[in-house]
Design a protein around this ligand. Structure first.
Ligand SMILES: O=C(O)CCC(=O)C(=O)O
Length: 249
């Protein structure tokens, strides 16, 4: 996975700007002192066979089946990369906010699981995910709909505003290969990388197939489904009208 991440980064940086080809998206950013970095990339499983295999690994199915069944689609395939010193924070949020259009995602609270695989060790110092345990029971919370979570500071005051104890936060300390799971209503975010090592995280989001109009098949009756053929509508609404390839702002 480390080698695959490196290849994706090199490919992304070679373009020099953020870039899209259908659902595949490279988001580049300027990091003070470092220069242009790959901040995150979406659906690179279409480009990298090693990442494609991981997204439908039978070991992931073993974790997912008791939660969301044997027929599973995938709606997130994303790598996040925080190099040493990166300010790339994610403010506290619930993933439910990003599951749009809402009518395409039925029975969200029971049908959806986000997974994150640690590529590097993940600790508070290098910007590991932090969560509020038990917050999935709070349902959908009234976040400011205009405020994104990406590029927002991880601020415990956001929790206090929601009536959640700011001291209840725990860091998901992971070692390479560990898989973290969280619910669509779990309050979570992550801070900057103040350490001297990278923080790379491979995020795959899954949903009970019968409850979602969007996404790519991951497991049909438990059998892994490779990515092949035409790409399906996931989150990029202009997939059919403006597929690229193209540079984007
Ligand atoms: O990579 C991170 O630190 C944040 C991940 C996250 O918040 C998400 O995928 O919803």
């Amino acid at each position: 996975m480390t080698a695959a991440f490196d290849r994706i980064r090199d490919r992304a940086l070679a373009g020099g700007r953020s870039w899209r080809d259908r659902n595949v998206y490279f988001c580049l950013d300027e990091e003070p002192g470092t220069g242009t970095v790959l901040r995150y990339a979406q659906w690179t499983a279409w480009l990298e066979p090693d990442l494609e295999l991981v997204r439908r690994d039978p070991r992931l199915f073993e974790i997912l089946e008791p939660l969301i069944g044997r027929d599973i689609k995938q709606i997130i395939n994303q790598l996040h990369w925080k190099p040493p010193g990166a300010k790339a924070e994610f403010g506290f949020h619930q993933d439910s906010r990003s599951r749009r259009p809402r009518e395409a995602f039925r029975d969200l609270a029971k049908s959806y699981v986000q997974t994150g695989i640690a590529v590097d060790p993940q600790r508070a110092e290098n910007g590991a995910v932090v969560i509020v345990p038990g917050s999935h029971r709070l349902g959908e919370l009234p976040f400011d709909p205009e405020r994104p979570s990406m590029h927002e500071a991880l601020d415990k005051a956001d929790l206090a505003r929601l009536g959640v104890d700011p001291d209840s936060v725990v860091t998901l300390e992971l070692d390479p290969g560990d898989v973290a799971l969280w619910h669509v209503h779990t309050l979570h975010g992550s801070g900057p990388n103040t350490s001297s090592i990278d923080r790379r995280f491979y995020i795959n989001g899954y949903v009970t197939a019968a409850n979602c109009e969007r996404g790519e098949w991951a497991f049909r009756d438990g059998a892994p489904c490779p990515l092949e053929g035409e790409q399906n509508l996931v989150h990029y609404e202009e997939l059919y009208t403006n597929p690229g390839p193209m540079f984007v702002e």
